[in-house]
Design a protein around this ligand. Structure first.
Ligand code: F6R
Ligand code: ZN
Length: 189
């Protein structure tokens, strides 16, 4: 049977930690290559190596039909004009979809269809749910001034594949323009 402390898990929005599960932390230096403005990235890194996001996960059981979930907290900030973001990934099991539930703060999900390259920017905020289809690279961005807290629920066999995004990044970047988030094509290098 599934352990009792995997049946009921408490969290707070302040720590955004699921029970006592370990937090995986991503700092600025871990995001090398993700941001469009490399000079701004290096300049920010010379000032320090802040925590950008952390995720704690609950994995009650593996196998057909089972679910895993993770609670993420992404800090507000920008590198150049580009909002703080997560690395982003495809699921190793490509058909695996995911549900994101916004719990606090204001942000968005950048979705990119692996087959067509079509990009979409979908708001992620309190009282909203985002469906991430299978075969879709997904990245979370914080477009607000407060921490963005969200829950991601996914099939236990989804897995993470970071390699395609590490190699090609996303085709679009989410930047602030006139105080508002905007999706623009990434400039070719
Ligand atoms: C799991 C999922 C989220 C992310 C989290 C951190 O499938 O999509 O729990 O893992 O938002 O982002 P990454 O994993 O891209 O660093
Ligand atoms: Zn995912």
């Amino acid at each position: 049977a599934i352990a009792r402390d995997d049946l009921f898990v408490h969290y707070t929005l302040e720590s955004a930690r699921l029970g006592n599960r370990p937090m995986v932390e991503r700092r600025l230096a871990d995001l090398r290559g993700c941001f469009a403005d490399e000079a701004a990235f290096e300049a920010a890194l010379r000032q320090g190596n802040p925590l950008l996001y952390s995720v704690s996960s609950v994995e009650p059981a593996a196998g057909d039909g089972q679910l895993h979930y993770g609670l993420g907290i992404l800090q507000p900030g920008k590198i150049g004009a580009e909002y703080y973001l997560t690395k982003g990934h495809l699921h190793a099991h490509r058909p695996a979809a995911e549900i994101y539930v916004g719990l606090a703060g204001e942000g968005a999900m950048l979705l990119e269809d692996e087959a067509t390259g079509e990009s979409r920017l979908v708001p992620l905020r309190t009282h909203s749910v985002v469906y991430v289809p299978g075969h879709t690279a997904h990245r979370t961005v914080n477009t607000g001034a407060a921490p963005l807290v969200y829950l991601g629920i996914y099939p236990s066999n989804a897995g993470h594949d970071y390699a395609p995004v590490a190699k090609n990044n996303f085709r679009h970047v989410v930047i602030e323009r006139d105080g508002k988030p905007m999706l623009v094509p990434r400039e070719k290098k």
